[in-house]
Structures are given as structure tokens and as C-alpha cells.
Design a protein around this ligand. Structure first.
Ligand code: PMP
Length: 409
């Protein structure tokens, strides 16, 4: 345990923003579920590209453009290795998780989903994994079915299995819940979905920085994530998809870079991955995302998983000492995302008081309004931890919560 937290200090030193003060207090940044801070290596890589190497990709006969193209294609290969995709062409650059899910949903909605078909999601979804499927259901005449969760925030696997029928065409669920911290058994749920022949889409927004991802072992058809939640820049993310399936799907956005030939009468489309990457990609951000993957690999999954559980247990033990706290999401093996409500205090008041103490947490519905309904709360307070959070961050949270308790006796 001690060793874990010593390494945390070494990691922490790589994040310049963590040295700042907020309202006169050292920053305690616990909104990592929303977005993570950036290490110096990512900042430096982006700065170097913008100041010394910047140019467009694909179209250039000149050296700098060829270099930019190579940088981006190297990142594609790095990501393919990082998630164990079968080949780099299975990695589609998008603007983030939301765009990746929308891309998959729109392409599947145009080609796979039929009237009378069924799309299954769970009660724990982020809006990004609800609304696109609602739109597909509306456009196609398919039905959206919701698999329930248990009181502890794990998917009720028996009920999930009963939700699946021969009519199920798509099954979509998160790797890790952004509210509950539940780590779903992705391979098991995918195997269940495959018994009815469904296509499986995994929302990996929270999974990607917290757990090793192996899309082949998971067996899923699509895995979606954003760079900004894994120490990389905003504005870029990835749709990882099975090549043979994506090869059959129609393109969703049309324009430059995604074509093979264009006449005024007719166009033909490029092969993967270009088919799904219309327009100039977020070049700078893709390159920054590559540095973010290198950062994660420099820390290693052993450390990340060990630290996640250690900081979770430390914070949970502390929360037990504060009266009137109700945890939302207590599934075994959960990740270090702690949602809770406090008796007699509105979450927004808690958030405001914590901010005055320099503690940044998220309060609200966390883009999961239906899940708030399941737990019958309007909002929660969410402290989400990352590799750079220390025991002293958890102590900062706890002492600020003691103050809240004191004000609202
Ligand atoms: N799904 C989950 C589980 C998330 O936590 C988030 C981000 N809060 C998203 C999807 C959407 O990610 P982005 O806003 O980066 O597109």
C-alpha cells in the first residue's frame, strides 16, 4: 500500500495543474470521471507538433504532411495494440465516445436494425448510450428494451438474459458505469448477446483508463472511448470495430477523405478506416492521444488496478465515519467512482461547499437521468479517482464533507 502511494507521488509530479490552488487550498481534483488532467508528456507532444511539425494529413506530397500522416497512422497502430484490435484499420478516429456511439448507431440503424427488431441497453446507461439508440428505434420501428440492475448497481444477469430474444439485433452497455463504478462482465454479457446473434456495442468511456481492454477477448463488435478521459486531449476519440462487420456497413458522413472516386453523378467510397473518417481529422489531438496511451503504458496496469482498489477502499472507509451518507453503487469489484447522497443536504450545496475547500467533485445527474430515477434521487455527489489521487486527496474530501455535516447538523 505504502509503495503504491509513493509511486502516486511520482505520477502526480508529472501533472503541472495539480500544483495549483483553488480558493486558497491545494487542488483536490476528483472529477476524473468527467475528464482527467494532462501529464507533461502529452502537453509537450502537442506543443511540439503545433510549434515545429504542424501540417495536414493525407493530401501532402511534401515532407511535413507525410510526417503528420505517419504520426497519425502510428497512433492508429498504437491504439490497435492497446485494445488488442485485429488490425489498425479497425480503429476509427472520431471526436469522442458520443461521436463513436452515434457513428455505430447510425450505420447499424441504416443497415442492420429492422422494424420489429429489438435493441437492448441497461438501466445504468449514460445518455450517450441511450439517445442514439432511441433515435434508431424511432427511425426503424424497432423497440428499445431496458435490462434492469440490482440494488448494488450490478447488472441483473438473469434478467439481462431474459431480455434477449431472437429479435434482438443490438445490445449496448457500458464497460464501467460513470455513476455507480460497476465494472460489467463484458465478455460474459457479450457471450449471452451472441447466443441470439446480436451485435454488441460497448461504451468504454470510463473503462479505457481504468481497465485493460482486449476487444478480442471481450468478443464485442464495437468499443467506444474518448481521449480526454485517459489523459489525452479533448475533441478526439475512437470507435474500435470488427473489420468484417464495418466493411459491410454504409458510411455515415460524406465528404473529403472518405471517397475513392467522385463524379457529379456518383461517388464510390474508400476502404476502412477512411470510409468512416470524412473531413480533416483532429490531427493534433490524435497525436496527443498517442502520447496519452504511452503515459498509461509507462505506469502499467498492475499499478493502475492496484491503486484504483486501494484508493477506493481508503475513501470508502473514511466515508463510513461520516453520518448520513448513502452510497449509490456498491457492486463487488467496482472501480474508484463513488456516488453518494447526504441526508438533509442537496448535492449542489455539497458541491459548492467542497469547492470552497478546493475539492472538485461532480454533482448532478451525471448524464444518467433514467438511472437517477431507478435510485429515486434527483442527483448525486460523485468523487471519481485517478492514478494521481493520493490518500491526502481522499482526506481532503473527507474533511470537507465533515464541514458540510457540521453546517447541516
Ligand atoms: N459514456 C460514459 C459512460 C461517459 O462517462 C461519458 C462521459 N461522461 C460518455 C459516454 C460521453 O463521453 P464524451 O462526452 O467524451 O463523448
Amino acid at each position: 500500500m505504502r509503495e503504491l502511494f509513493d509511486k502516486t507521488q511520482w505520477i502526480r509530479d508529472q501533472f503541472p495543474v495539480l500544483k495549483r490552488k483553488v480558493h486558497g487550498h491545494p487542488l483536490v481534483y476528483l472529477d476524473n470521471g468527467a475528464t482527467t488532467q494532462k501529464p507533461q508528456s502529452v502537453i509537450d507532444r502537442v506543443t511540439r507538433f503545433l510549434s515545429e511539425e504542424y501540417s495536414t494529413v493525407h493530401r501532402g506530397v511534401y515532407l511535413m504532411s507525410q510526417e503528420s500522416t505517419e504520426f497519425c497512422e502510428t497512433v492508429r497502430s498504437t491504439i490497435a495494440r492497446f485494445v488488442n484490435a485485429r488490425r489498425p484499420e479497425e480503429v476509427i478516429f472520431t471526436s469522442g465516445t458520443t461521436a463513436a456511439i452515434n457513428l455505430a448507431a447510425t450505420a447499424l440503424g441504416k443497415s442492420v436494425v429492422t422494424p420489429g427488431g429489438e435493441i437492448v441497453i441497461t438501466q445504468m446507461e449514460h445518455h450517450a448510450n441511450i439517445v442514439p439508440w432511441q433515435q434508431v428505434a424511432l427511425a426503424t420501428g424497432a423497440t428499445l428494451k431496458i435490462a434492469p440492475i440490482m440494488p448494488d448497481g450490478s447488472v441483473d444477469l438473469e434478467a439481462f438474459e431474459r431480455t434477449l430474444t431472437p429479435k434482438t439485433q443490438i445490445v449496448a452497455f457500458p464497460h464501467i458505469s460513470n455513476v455507480l463504478g460497476t465494472v460489467n462482465p463484458v465478455a460474459q454479457m457479450t457471450a449471452m448477446a451472441k447466443t441470439v446473434g446480436a451485435i454488441v456495442v460497448v461504451d468504454g468511456a470510463q473503462g479505457i483508463a481504468h481497465h485493460p481492454v482486449d476487444v478480442q477477448a471481450m468478443g464485442c463488435d464495437f468499443y467506444c472511448f474518448s481521449a480526454h478521459k485517459m489523459y489525452g486531449p479533448t475533441g478526439v476519440g475512437v470507435l474500435v470495430g470488427r473489420y468484417d462487420l464495418m466493411d459491410q456497413l454504409p458510411p455515415v458522413q460524406f465528404g473529403g477523405d472518405m471517397i475513392e472516386t467522385v463524379t457529379f453523378e456518383k461517388s464510390t467510397f474508400a476502404k476502412l478506416p477512411a470510409k468512416f473518417e470524412a473531413g480533416t481529422p483532429p490531427i493534433t489531438e490524435i497525436i496527443g492521444m498517442g502520447a496519452a496511451v504511452e503515459f498509461i503504458e509507462s505506469i502499467g496496469w498492475n499499478y493502475i488496478l492496484g491503486h484504483d482498489q486501494a484508493i477506493l477502499n481508503y475513501a470508502l472507509a473514511g466515508l463510513e465515519t461520516i453520518p448520513g451518507i448513502q452510497l449509490i453503487g456498491t457492486a463487488p469489484g467496482k472501480s474508484a467512482i463513488i456516488s453518494f447522497v447526504m441526508d438533509g443536504v442537496h448535492p449542489h450545496d455539497v458541491g459548492t461547499i467542497l469547492d470552497m475547500e478546493g475539492v472538485a467533485v461532480r454533482v448532478g445527474h451525471h448524464c444518467a437521468q433514467p438511472l437517477m430515477g431507478v435510485y429515486d434521487v434527483p442527483a448525486t455527489i460523485r468523487a471519481s479517482f485517478s492514478v494521481y489521487n493520493t490518500e491526502s486527496d481522499a482526506d481532503g474530501l473527507l474533511s470537507a464533507l465533515q464541514k458540510v455535516r457540521h453546517y447541516f447538523q
